[in-house]
Design a protein around this ligand. Structure first.
Ligand SMILES: Cc1cc2nc3c(=O)[nH]c(=O)nc-3n(C[C@H](O)[C@H](O)[C@H](O)COP(=O)(O)OP(=O)(O)OC[C@H]3O[C@@H](n4cnc5c(N)ncnc54)[C@H](O)[C@@H]3O)c2cc1C
Length: 473
């Protein structure tokens, strides 16, 4: 039986059983057509709002499989999408009717303890990398939720609890192994394919498929001082004002994330607070624990906290502390901007919109970034906005499609109210499905975007890697 796949130009391409068979004969991983028993499970991504059915899923087991799949897509002009950890809010991993190149079986990590580097395959999650590097008391700069894929996170920039000390995830890349649009394998590093190396550090999925990332590692853990302090929503304005002044004084080893939401029924929260609006500050101090105790004391003694779970804990536990709030399979819609500071009016808007949250899973989140980012020039790599101090992410999340409109509206209204206090910049990896050229320019800045567009013409002239936030206008 013929199967049909969506073509890059929008038409359809028939694939005969002979063509499919000859592809499968050389391919080592599973190849799933829509009638395969595990097709539905494998096609699911984190955001249930994105429910698309690829025409074929090819599950790569190594670089050779990736090369073969890219050549197959190119030869037949299939619409190609690339899945790393499947966590992109805009659902970039899934193209309706297209060929989904799935990297999620490629999750090997090896650590060079003396050289303080790790090489991680392109389908790893953050948890995969942290697990192996922490064996040696080392860590890469990764994000805040451990099930996120390193693939999309790194090629889009990447920030987390170590960013204030060491910069974006992509600032800490030593090299990458990349499968190009021609289906060739190349090394990209400062001394080899330097243009491609530049473009892949923030330029997203536009330039190639990274089969392995080589990261710089730093001595962190295996234990850090971290956790969260929680207050009732009545105290939000005072807590955010304190957060503003506290974050201005803490060293780069300390990163604070403010979260305004409804208290989940977590065992570490007092039962009387469950279901009530709260403000929490999550914090990780990755330096000396004794020094951290002194630094965090004012945060812990501020106002009348209803919970305080700051303690000495494994770094890997800190890295997964927010996981339960972001399960796979819920409906998600985000709006995000960068903030230069937390202005008093911005606090007032946050308080007002937090009071109207329509879902117990949604939140207004403010991540602290100020530090090492600003030490590199803005054209160091495409991941721009190095002058930013905080990332505001309005994370709307709910369960039923009938509630889509009300939850999306809340996020949009909150975003509009906070927009006057933004730098105007945003993060490419937090852009939702609707956000296009204007917001992409806000993520890179005009000059970086123009350079990306020139490099795109050179490295992917046929736009094979089109199912991503495009750098072409
Ligand atoms: C719950 C949650 C928490 C998050 N927390 C953070 C955070 O703390 N810090 C942060 O910086 N970001 C964070 N993000 C955003 C995250 O960086 C992006 O969603 C990113 O796209 C996820 O990567 P992925 O591989 O899981 O995505 P996927 O959906 O699998 O892929 C997205 C796109 O990335 C590209 N891509 C993926 N893998 C590769 C690869 N190996 N080579 C080339 N291109 C590739 C492809 O274009 C692909 O279409 C978070 C996202 C979620 C959902």
């Amino acid at each position: 039986m013929n199967i049909e796949l969506k073509a890059a130009d929008g038409g359809m391409v028939k694939v005969s059983p002979e063509i499919l068979q000859s592809f499968k004969a050389g391919f080592r991983g599973p190849v799933l057509s829509p009638d395969a028993p595990d097709y539905d499970e494998v096609r699911k991504i984190w955001n249930a709002m994105i429910d698309r059915r690829p025409g074929l899923i090819v599950r790569c087991t190594g670089t050779a499989d990736v090369m073969q799949a890219v050549r197959f897509a190119r030869q037949h002009q299939f619409l190609l999408s690339v899945r790393g950890g499947g966590h992109n809010i805009a659902g970039l991993a899934l193209a309706e009717g297209g060929l989904m190149l799935d990297l999620s079986l490629m999750r090997g990590v090896s650590v060079d303890v003396n050289g303080k580097t790790a090489r991680a395959q392109g389908g790893c999650t953050l948890a995969d990398v942290d697990r192996e590097t922490q064996v040696h008391g080392l860590a890469a700069v990764l994000g805040f939720v451990s099930a996120t894929g390193i693939g999309g996170l790194t090629v889009g920039g990447g920030f987390g609890y170590l960013t204030r000390r060491f910069g974006y995830t992509c600032d800490n890349l030593v090299s990458m192994e990349v499968v190009s649009a021609e289906g060739k394998v190349v090394r990209a590093a400062a001394d080899e394919n330097a243009e491609l190396f530049w473009a892949l550090r923030g330029g997203g999925g536009n330039f190639g498929i990274v089969t392995s990332f080589e990261y710089k590692l730093y001595p962190v853990g295996p234990e850090i001082l971290g956790g969260a302090v929680v207050w009732r929503a009545e105290d939000t304005a005072q807590v955010l004002d304190f957060y503003r002044t506290f974050t201005a004084t803490t060293p780069r080893e300390t990163t604070c994330v403010a979260v305004l939401r409804i208290a989940p029924p977590a065992p570490w929260l007092p039962i009387e607070i469950h279901g009530k609006p709260i403000i929490a500050v999550f914090v990780c101090h990755s330096g000396s624990i004794e020094v951290g105790e002194k630094i965090l004391a004012p945060l812990r003694s501020f106002g009348k906290a209803v919970a305080d779970i700051i303690t000495r804990r494994p770094y890997t536990q800190m890295q997964s502390l927010l996981d339960a709030t972001q399960p796979k399979g819920r409906r998600y819609y985000w709006k995000s901007n960068y903030l230069a500071q937390i202005a008093p009016q911005c606090i007032a808007m946050a308080v007002e919109h937090a009071a109207r949250i329509p879902s117990p899973h949604s939140a207004i989140v403010i991540f602290q970034l100020q530090g090492a980012l600003g030490e590199l020039p803005v054209d160091h790599c495409p991941a721009g906005n190095r002058d930013t101090a905080f990332v505001l992410n309005i994370t709307s999340s709910w369960e039923k499609s009938a509630d889509d409109a009300v939850n999306q509206r809340w996020a949009r209204d909150c975003f509009a109210a906070m927009a006057p206090y933004s730098t105007g910049g945003t993060y490419i990896n937090f852009l939702n499905e609707e956000e296009g050229p204007e917001r992409i320019e806000a993520a890179y800045g005009k000059a970086n975007l123009q350079r990306l567009a020139r490099l795109k013409q050179k490295h992917d002239p046929e736009n094979l890697f089109r199912h991503t936030k495009s750098v072409l206008a």
